[in-house]
Design a protein around this ligand. Structure first.
Ligand code: ASP
Length: 440
């Protein structure tokens, strides 16, 4: 029997009173679900507006000295209708007035945005009869705006130590002087992970509007299979390459604490979703690949220089040029007298000419520099690769049958993924070829 589950409900799961009702019945199904981290109400239908977007808009209008009330009315209406439909007692009218007043008085952008979760937290705590714990008291940011992980752990575990069922709004915290700071967009996932770690939860349930992760992007592969179990390391590779359901930074606190995350669907509460854990335990058979993800729009900077392999520090000097311009690199396949650095093309754009001249200077008379654009990178990820011979052979045969030219190959020594670079125009065909080879 599980003892303590932390739940996080995303914006679409709290978009109106009907969704609030679903949330309550999910909690009633399992009494060990004792903590809830809400997002701000999201879209009720595809063309709807998210409360957080409206709050940013109100802030911007007020900052330009323009009236924001027409936008604020929409926010007010969202919260009031939930409160009325569910017959809530909390004085949400007054709380909304304080928010409007704060916007009028020029409170910070982060403060304004954070009110979406704050107000939603007040409503859901009232609806459930649970304690409301303001995240500004438990999630601590440093002066430079980064999360103070240790202090947050100390504050949150202290605030939640009596074990009473509690609601902690997502997305924000505060500096030591009380100034509210938010995470980046989608950051309620991070709050959920921090609360799960603070109460040493058995599971962190992240409730959203999809039943977990899919093996490939459904816009590219028709009806891709669902991933029932994945490790944090695999997910890190896939989400870096674009598979997005969970905020990238939400994995670290729970991963380190050994707490599994379960992605669940509020609209299909009996679907088991995807379990993300440190090591997928007791697996009888592991599929060879877990998922495929990728991105277009990379450039390959190729540097050739005679006797490069015996020149100590040459690689560092190439990378230091990129470092000076603040450009991170994605991959770096090397040869004996050549090295390639793969970067996002959009990051290279601004200083492209200067960077190339600097590199040309370094190889003058004994080498050359060239840049190839329009490359897509695709990561095929799977903990099962380690146990299966011939995975690379199958992957490249499938690409060859689909007449796709491979521009770059990179396989980490962890044998967790195989990365291929292809022309942007071959991106979708590559994902389909790999998917059908391994999944059918
Ligand atoms: N409400 C915030 C956003 O829309 C944070 C979140 O939902 O996680 O980004």
């Amino acid at each position: 029997m599980l003892e303590c589950i932390v739940t996080k409900f995303g914006g679409s799961s709290l978009a109106n009173d009907e969704q609030f009702r679903k949330v309550r019945s999910i909690l009633e199904l399992e009494p060990t679900r004792r903590y809830l981290v809400p997002s701000a109400p999201g879209k009720r239908f595809p063309s709807d507006e998210k409360v957080t977007d409206l709050l940013y808009l109100c802030y911007e209008l007020a900052a330009e000295g323009r009236p924001f009330e027409d936008q604020f009315i929409k926010i007010r209406e969202r919260y009031l209708s939930i409160a009325q439909m569910l017959h809530l007692k909390v004085d949400i009218q007054k709380a909304l007035e304080e928010v409007a007043q704060g916007i009028r008085e020029g409170r910070t952008r982060d403060w304004c945005a954070s009110r979406g979760e704050y107000l939603c937290g007040l409503l859901i705590a009232d609806y459930l009869g649970w304690e409301f714990v303001d995240a500004a008291r438990g999630v601590r940011f440093r002066e430079d705006g980064t999360l103070d992980d240790e202090k947050t752990q100390e504050l949150l575990s202290d605030l939640l130590k009596d074990g009473r069922p509690s609601v902690v709004p997502g997305f924000y915290g505060a500096k030591a002087d009380g100034e509210v700071v938010t995470f980046s967009r989608g950051g309620s996932d991070i709050t959920g992970a921090l609360v799960a770690r603070a109460v040493n939860a058995d599971v962190y349930e992240n409730w959203t509007d999809v039943s977990g992760f899919l093996m490939a992007d459904p816009r590219i592969v028709e009806g891709p299979a669902e991933i029932s179990s994945i490790t944090y390391k695999e997910l890190r590779e896939l989400s870096h390459m674009g598979a997005s359901v969970l905020h990238e930074d939400a994995m670290f606190p729970v991963h380190r604490a050994g707490i599994p995350t379960n992605i669940r669907n509020t609209n299909k509460p009996y679907h088991p979703g995807t379990i993300i854990s440190k090591n997928a335990p007791n697996e009888i058979s592991v599929p060879t690949i877990t998922g495929i993800a990728g991105h277009k729009g990379y450039s390959v900077i190729s540097v050739e220089k005679n006797m490069m392999n015996s020149e100590v520090g040459f690689g560092r000097s190439v990378l230091s040029v990129l470092e000076e311009y603040g450009i991170p690199f994605e991959h770096m396949p090397t040869g004996i007298d050549s090295m390639c650095v793969v970067v996002k093309s959009e990051l290279l754009e601004e200083h492209r000419g200067e960077i190339i001249s600097r590199l040309e200077e370094m190889v003058r008379g004994s080498g050359s520099v060239s840049v190839g654009d329009n490359m897509a990178i695709i990561a095929t990820v799977g903990r099962g690769m380690v146990h299966n011979c011939g995975t690379a052979a199958r992957l490249f045969s499938a690409m060859s049958r689909a007449r796709i030219n491979v521009r770059m190959i990179d396989q980490g020594s962890s044998e967790l993924s195989i990365i291929v670079g292809v022309n942007d125009s071959d991106f979708e065909a590559t994902i389909r070829a790999i998917y059908h080879e391994f999944v059918g």
